[in-house]
Design a protein around this ligand. Structure first.
Ligand code: SF4
Ligand code: SF4
Length: 73
């Protein structure tokens, strides 16, 4: 059975930099940026997409619905 993967997209200007998604991800796919978004926050970004196991924890955790997860079967 092929490993499940997902393409994770974070809408940077919805992000308020709470870091919950970074901490929720079991595979260190996400990290905080070194630049700020339009709201003035360091935002979460995808830094290791191939490691994603499509668990969706990040999307479930985000209080601002800034994360989109497109699961690939
Ligand atoms: S779906 Fe799971 S593995 Fe993929 S980025 Fe989100 S929390 Fe990490
Ligand atoms: S959980 Fe949502 S608001 Fe918080 S850092 Fe991640 S993307 Fe940004």
């Amino acid at each position: 059975m092929a490993k499940k993967t997902a393409v994770v997209t974070i809408e940077r200007n919805r992000c308020k930099g709470c870091e919950l998604c970074v901490n929720a991800c079991p595979k260190q796919v996400l990290a905080m940026s070194k630049e700020i978004n339009d709201k003035g926050y360091f935002y979460a970004e995808v830094v290791n997409q191939p490691a994603c196991i499509a668990c969706k924890f990040c999307g479930m955790t985000c209080p601002d619905a800034a994360i989109e997860i497109a699961v690939e079967e």
